[in-house]
Design a protein. Structure first.
Length: 283
């Protein structure tokens, strides 16, 4: 049986992503992202499914700092619709709630209901863990923001359902493996993820990225990360459409390497259909 590591507890959004991606697999809950990555690296899990960004809360910063040095490869991506319910103990009511627990990202994705309720908030390690903590407390003054599955798992009562601010709230996950995945088949939309460090010279970033424009390569994401303090160069994470096996992508990467002190490809993998959903609705 395939063992999939994820950060969080059973009933979390990460656990749901694992179940959708790999039905029948065995989930391996981990306290932190680093533990999930180490589980794959050390062989106690075959793969890891990790969130990298959310449409409302933005990037999951810890993950991007861990990925370059993890020794793992990205072999796939998955987009999960995110739903949150406000849940409390079975004999509690909405009027009794004084404190709401959840992961910091979930709290930021449900600001409207929190503002309406005027409740105090407490940060938990993950959403399903918040539901467990409320169940263990047996305190009607406490509630949790968690995925619907967590209410059933921990025997909680849903006080309000669908309380996320954005009905299109989506989290993108990546699948990580010890070995690079097989090259996507010809004609399959492909994503390449990589990190790079530009040389410490004027206009280095401009010149490094110019190759993507001149070779008609669509750059879909760019994010920067400072390495340490002071004036050390930033590390950049980018995602592009296409594979290094394609001539125009290879030429763009050659230009990137010329103006960079380090370029590291993290993965070449099939694009999830959800990636193009928004484009289909544009006039």
């Amino acid at each position: 049986m395939t063992v999939i590591a994820y950060q969080g507890e059973p009933g979390s959004n990460s656990a749901t992503a694992v179940a959708h991606l790999y039905p029948g697999s065995q989930g391996l809950p981990c306290t932190g992202f680093d533990q999930a990555l180490d589980a794959v690296l050390l062989g106690s899990a075959d793969l890891a499914v990790i969130p990298v960004d959310n449409s409302a809360a933005g990037r999951v910063a810890d993950v991007h700092h861990l990925l370059p040095d993890s020794g793992l490869s990205i072999i796939g991506e998955y987009f999960l619709d995110i739903r949150f319910d406000l849940m409390g103990v079975p004999d509690g009511s909405l009027e009794q709630v004084e404190t709401v627990r959840s992961h910091v990202h979930a709290l930021s994705q449900c600001r409207k209901v929190l503002r309406e309720g005027g409740w105090r908030t407490l940060v938990s390690d993950d959403t399903a863990g918040a539901a467990r903590e409320v169940a263990e407390s047996r305190d009607p003054r406490q509630a949790a923001l968690a995925p619907p599955a967590a209410a059933e798992l921990h025997g909680l009562r849903v006080l309000r359902s669908g309380v996320e601010d954005d009905p299109d709230n989506t989290t993108r996950f990546v699948v990580l493996s010890r070995d690079p995945g097989p090259a996507p088949e010809a004609g399959v939309p492909t994503v390449t993820s990589l990190f790079f460090l530009v040389r410490n010279i004027p206009s280095a970033l401009y010149k490094a990225l110019g190759g993507f424009a001149s070779n008609a390569v669509n750059l879909t994401k760019i994010e920067s990360y400072q390495l340490g303090a002071g004036t050390r160069p930033s590390r950049f994470y980018i995602e592009i459409e296409g594979s290094p096996d394609e001539t125009h992508v290879a030429h763009a990467l050659d230009e990137l390497r010329f103006f960079s002190s380090e370029v590291r490809v993290l993965g070449v993998y099939p694009a999830h259909p959800r990636r193009f959903r928004d484009h289909a609705h544009r006039p």
